[in-house]
Design a protein around this ligand. Structure first.
Ligand code: GDP
Length: 294
């Protein structure tokens, strides 16, 4: 995960550790390396700039400059700022209400359907009774895909083939959940190649009907800053409650993970780390920062 970012940061850290005495000039050199590492990883330039401003302000404090190992102190500051950038604490799901609803939204191919299945499995393991709801009326294959996942997982799926009205699906799913004692509904909604007005309108109507506790945006981390642009649009339209970053096992460079919170102002709640149904992890800023620093 993020190998290139990690190796570039480790280079910068080697230089920091090698510094006997910290001056404004040699620190500027080391921080320039960190900046390049972040930009190469596709971190949003404003996020990278603000990040380095904060590191610099702290690093030039007297107690750092006068310490025995100033380079090591700067590395600690970078770690702490990385954790802060990623959101500091793990943001849990809000599953209040009975049943609670989760809307899974995102572009086509982002990993929405797979992640719906992964999340259902995780919640089931935690003792919940999830219901998967196929709310994509445009692609019959999407209903089939979700139903197959549900069967593999042993979790019921509500997939009324032929129903073309998303709101009718939602009402039917809520009734089904009540009569079958399912306490969390996971709505796998339609995606498009690009966010467009009809899609947004449909999701808004669905949201206003089911009053979801969570609106989770599924984002392909491999798309870097573009993922953050997509997130900004979805958030303006729907007021998402958080994101799930998928495909962190692939060639994601880290830009989406590092820019998301600062740009969108919402937490990353989970990360997808593979194609298997177990490959979903709660997002922990400290663990992620440690992984990035290697
Ligand atoms: P949707 O169109 O948003 O519903 O996307 P899908 O759930 O169909 O996923 C698209 C592709 O991405 C599938 O081949 C999934 O197996 C794959 N995928 C989803 N999440 C991950 C992940 O975390 N890692 C990897 N490597 N592949 C993933």
């Amino acid at each position: 995960m993020f190998e290139s970012l990690t190796s570039k940061l480790q280079n910068a850290f080697r230089h920091l550790r090698g510094m006997g005495k910290l001056t404004e000039a040699n620190m500027a050199d080391a921080l320039r390396e960190v900046r390049i590492a972040l930009l190469d990883a596709d971190v949003h330039y404003k996020v990278a700039r603000d990040f380095l401003d904060r590191v610099k302000a702290k690093a030039l404090g007297q107690e750092v400059i006068q310490s025995v190992q100033p380079g090591q102190q700067v590395i600690k500051i970078i770690y702490d700022e990385l954790v802060a950038l990623l959101g500091t604490i793990h943001a849990d799901l809000d599953l209040g209400g009975n049943p609670a609803s989760i809307l899974m939204v995102g572009l086509h191919g982002s990993g929405k359907t797979t992640t719906s299945g992964k999340l259902a499995r995780l919640l089931h393991k935690q003792g919940r009774q999830p219901l998967l709801v196929a709310a994509d009326v445009y692609r019959p294959a999407a209903m089939d895909q979700l139903e197959t996942l549900g069967r593999q997982l042993g979790i019921p799926t509500y997939a009324p083939r032929g129903e073309k009205d998303v709101l009718a699906i939602a009402r039917g799913a809520l009734d089904f959940a009540r009569s079958h004692n399912r306490n969390v509904l996971i709505f796998d909604t339609a995606g498009r190649l690009q966010i467009d007005e009809p899609l947004v309108q449909e999701l808004v109507r669905l949201r206003d009907l089911v009053h979801p506790r969570e609106i989770l945006l599924v984002l392909d981390a491999a798309t870097g800053q573009e993922a953050v642009n997509v997130a900004t649009h979805f958030d303006q339209a729907l007021h998402i409650t958080g994101a799930i970053l998928t495909k962190l096992d692939g060639d994601a460079r880290g830009g989406a993970a590092l820019s998301f919170r600062a740009v969108v102002g919402k937490p990353i709640k989970f990360v997808g780390t593979g194609e298997k149904l177990d490959d979903l992890e709660p997002f922990h800023p400290e663990r992620m920062a440690s992984r990035i620093l290697g």
